[in-house]
Design a protein around this ligand. Structure first.
Ligand code: SF4
Length: 415
């Protein structure tokens, strides 16, 4: 069956979620969409098939968004069988879809062959004066995440594994297929879902190559954004590669003691190093850096934080997005009130920094990164949640009072 998919318009009532899928061994067949044209040509050569078969498969994968061998209709059936024996046509075993915001936000929870869960979110933006309609897909680059940002449901899940290029690309093909059914095209892809893309950089770059290749997905590089929480060596590597796409940095705080709490990777690469690497990228590529700030009430939205951010970014080729924190289970925090966010934006704009206040999408369907996967996972016990909340409150309060010492990051993250 092509693209196994179920659609709901709201979360299941509490306590009725299907059980967490059991982790099983991974399907050893590579995902077909992750193959480069040269790899695909090599396979057809080995099987004594003419080279035009590459074009036929590529058209099926990237124009028709085929999800099963049955859909490779231009190939003789024995060849379809051989391809399916060696490759997975779709790396998603199943996909649950939730619709929110009057169907303007579609959140997909994908189950991979080994039971790992990843999420993608498709957001529709209607046309408005001076701007065409857009359809932006946020995809995951890892199952879980090792960075452990405490306001993020994925961070709480921990790290499971890197995604293959095909597992990233099939998130895109699923969304493109849904859009194609109503005559629409995906206009933007952002690597801002589960995982830290620069900790899986080789495979993220392979996926970007397929997305931007005119012979495959054919999306202009300017319409692709890669986000990082501040993996400086990865940022430097991207700078050396030249202008490939837009770089977004999850900043969240301009002061190290607070950013250490909100983005634990900051203990390895402090904020000044992250911003210096972003500046180098902007200088080398001519591309404006996008900084993302999740606004958390009473934690990183104070006047002092706004002034520190204005001082840090003043004069940079940068754009700041302020995003109210999504409600996430097990954190002691909540979103900053909108007037506070507007005040914060005013301080940044006053320093000449382009700033946009974003609204949350799909709150009723758990659209924030990792929320659906967390619902399916084992829930921590009440004492564990309480201890976590108390620790976060104590650490963020100490950072606010300027009493927090900087500690080195535990081994294992970003190695
Ligand atoms: S916010 Fe991003 S980097 Fe931080 S834990 Fe979540 S997925 Fe990982």
């Amino acid at each position: 069956m092509p693209f196994d998919q179920r659609v709901t318009s709201a979360p299941p009532p509490s306590g009725t979620s299907p059980p967490a899928p059991r982790t099983s061994s991974r399907d050893p067949r590579p995902g077909l969409s992750g193959l480069s044209p040269a790899e695909l040509a090599g396979w057809f050569d080995e099987h004594g098939e003419p080279r035009y078969r590459v074009r036929q498969v590529s058209d099926a994968l990237w124009r028709a968004m085929a999800g099963s061998a049955d859909e490779l209709r231009t190939l003789p059936s024995p060849l379809r069988y051989e391809l399916e024996r060696d490759f997975r046509l779709d790396t998603m075993s199943s996909t649950d879809l939730r619709l929110g915001d009057g169907s303007q936000t579609e959140k997909a929870l994908h189950t991979l062959s080994d039971g790992a869960l990843v999420e993608s979110v498709l957001m529709h933006y209607p046309a408005r004066p001076g701007r065409r309609e857009r359809h932006t897909l946020c995809i995951s680059s890892q199952a879980g995440c090792a960075v452990g940002c405490p306001f993020c449901a994925t961070g709480e899940l921990g790290f499971t594994r890197d995604l293959e290029a095909a597992e990233m690309l099939d998130q895109v093909r699923h969304a493109a297929r849904r859009l194609g059914a109503s005559g629409k095209r995906l206009t933007n892809v952002v690597f801002m879902g589960m995982g830290e893309p620069l900790l899986n950089l080789d495979l993220v770059l392979a996926a970007i190559q397929a997305l931007s290749d005119p012979e495959r997905f054919g999306l202009g590089a300017r319409h692709i954004t890669v986000s990082t929480s501040g993996v400086v060596p990865g940022m430097q590597r991207l700078t050396a590669l030249g202008p490939q796409f837009t770089l977004a940095v999850s900043l969240h705080a301009a002061r190290d003691p607070l950013r250490d709490v909100l983005v634990p990777l900051n203990r390895r690469w402090p904020v000044a190093e992250v911003v210096a690497a972003a500046r180098d990228h902007a200088r080398a590529t001519g591309r404006r850096i996008s900084y993302e700030v999740t606004m958390i009430s009473g934690v990183n939205d104070t006047d002092a934080d706004a002034r520190a951010m204005a001082d840090l970014l003043r004069g940079d080729h940068a754009h700041v997005n302020l995003i109210p924190m999504n409600p996430v289970a097990h954190t002691p925090w909540e979103a900053s009130p909108m007037p506070v966010i507007e005040g914060f934006a005013g301080v940044l704009r006053g320093a000449g920094i382009a700033t946009t206040v974003r609204r949350n999408r799909g709150q009723e369907i758990g659209a924030a990164c990792g929320q659906l996967a967390a619902e399916r996972g084992a829930q921590p016990t009440a004492p564990v949640v309480l201890r976590r909340r108390e620790r976060l409150l104590a650490e963020s309060a100490a950072a606010l009072r300027g009493e927090r010492d900087r500690r080195p990051l535990a081994a294992g993250v970003g190695d």
